[in-house]
Design a protein around this ligand. Structure first.
Ligand code: FES
Length: 217
């Protein structure tokens, strides 16, 4: 394996998921790795802590479905559209020349919503497939609902994995191992598990809105 491949990693963050990737990016930079960072957002107002993302990356590609995000460094790129199209445009050179090609990446870390990670996983096996090495490993941070955080007591965080080659299924307590091989994750299972919290989440959002609108804080 050539040195560029050993030394290049890719971070893909969706919305607030970007906050989780900062520490990974910084550690990789300290270890002299090149960090290609794709940060995706729905709205321009969703962008936060831009400088921290820059500090945790060699190159950032900002992708936003609402418009172009202003870049602060020469090496960074901005794309108006979704994060998958941003990757394709980046690799085809539509966003300008670059120092890190997707075919030099040997590890990808993805953090975002279950739907966003599912879309990335499917694209990795289809439209993005020509751009990545066949031995490139992708890791997802699985945002299972959690309760006790005691690694096997309540099983609220249980996540189904499927070996795509053998069809063998296994179950992981996400609170003990949140970073799972994307190849194995059953994302439909994750979406179903997350739905069990949706009623509480909606009620909490309404309660917080009520508090902010009706009290002096
Ligand atoms: S959250 Fe209870 S076992 Fe993981």
């Amino acid at each position: 394996m050539n040195k560029d491949v050993q030394n290049s990693i890719m971070l893909i963050g969706g919305g607030v998921g970007n906050a989780v990737l900062l520490s990974i990016g910084k550690v990789c930079l300290r270890k002299k790795k090149k960090v290609l960072y794709f940060a995706g957002y729905r709205k321009l107002s969703d962008v936060f802590k831009q400088a921290l993302i820059e500090d945790a990356s060699s190159i950032v590609v900002w992708a936003c479905e609402e418009g172009l995000i202003k870049t602060n460094r020469n090496q960074d790129k901005s794309f108006h559209g979704n994060i998958i199209d941003a990757m394709i445009s980046y690799q085809r050179g539509t966003l300008g020349s670059t120092r890190i090609n997707l075919d030099a990446i040997n590890k990808i870390f993805v953090v975002g919503s279950d739907k966003m990670m599912n879309i990335i996983n499917k694209a990795r096996k289809t439209i993005l497939r020509p751009y990545f090495r066949s031995d490139c490993i992708a890791i997802s941070s699985v945002n299972s609902p959690m309760q006790c955080m005691m690694k096997g007591i309540c099983a609220q965080c249980v996540q189904r994995n499927i070996n795509t080659k053998t069809g063998e299924e296994s179950y992981v307590y996400s609170c003990s191992n949140q970073d799972q091989n994307m190849e194995l994750i059953d994302f439909d299972f994750l979406t179903e598990r997350l739905k069990q919290n949706s009623l509480q989440e909606k009620l909490t959002a309404k309660w917080i809105k009520h508090i902010f609108e009706n009290t002096r804080i």
